[in-house]
Design a protein around this ligand. Sequence first.
Ligand SMILES: CC(C)(COP(=O)(O)OP(=O)(O)OC[C@H]1O[C@@H](n2cnc3c(N)ncnc32)[C@H](O)[C@@H]1OP(=O)(O)O)[C@@H](O)C(=O)NCCC(=O)NCCS
Length: 167
Amino acid sequence: MRDVPALFRLINFYAEQRLLLPRSLADLCESVEDFFVGAERGRVVAGGALKLYDNDVAEIRSLCVEPGLKNSGLGRALTGRLLSEAERRGLKTVFALTVAPEFFFKCRFQEAPRENFPLKIWRDCLLCPKFFQCDEKTVAFDLTAERAVNSTLPAEAAAVPAVSAFR
Ligand SMILES: CC(C)(COP(=O)(O)OP(=O)(O)OC[C@H]1O[C@@H](n2cnc3c(N)ncnc32)[C@H](O)[C@@H]1OP(=O)(O)O)[C@@H](O)C(=O)NCCC(=O)NCCS
């Protein structure tokens, strides 16, 4: 819970630029267990959540890196950490709705039809002010395909020197 204020500031900083959806303090407190954060000397510098939908599917939400640390591999490492968690839970697919699809393509996600994720549409999209003019793309990572070819997930957290740990 002590990470919530920093997550709140970081997420809503990007929400003001319409890059992320805003999250309330109450919402973050309720869903804090979904989050992994990157910390530098105890200070939260990145965060992202893995929201579970059912036995097979989860969504990466609110993925963000502190402005001064962008493009240093932190976003990819955090995405890798979230995918490892999805793998540990035996999920099949991890998706995201994003204004930065190119970043996710670099993490080996592929564009996917949003209709593949009807629970997302019912849970969030229908309540979203962007619904009729959505600028987000849907991207998905197929964990079953990764298992089939026995390859590694996109990133290793240890490869990011700026961050001491993901927690
Ligand atoms: C998007 C974000 C999480 C990426 O994190 P990051 O630490 O800056 O990204 P990385 O350094 O791990 O980049 C990995 C690769 O993606 C590319 N990339 C990063 N952000 C990108 C973007 N917005 N558009 C296109 N490519 C991007 C990098 O150039 C890098 O490519 P390379 O492997 O060829 O060098 C971060 O920039 C951010 O917080 N953006 C604001 C919030 C946001 O837009 N979130 C969207 C996710 S829902």
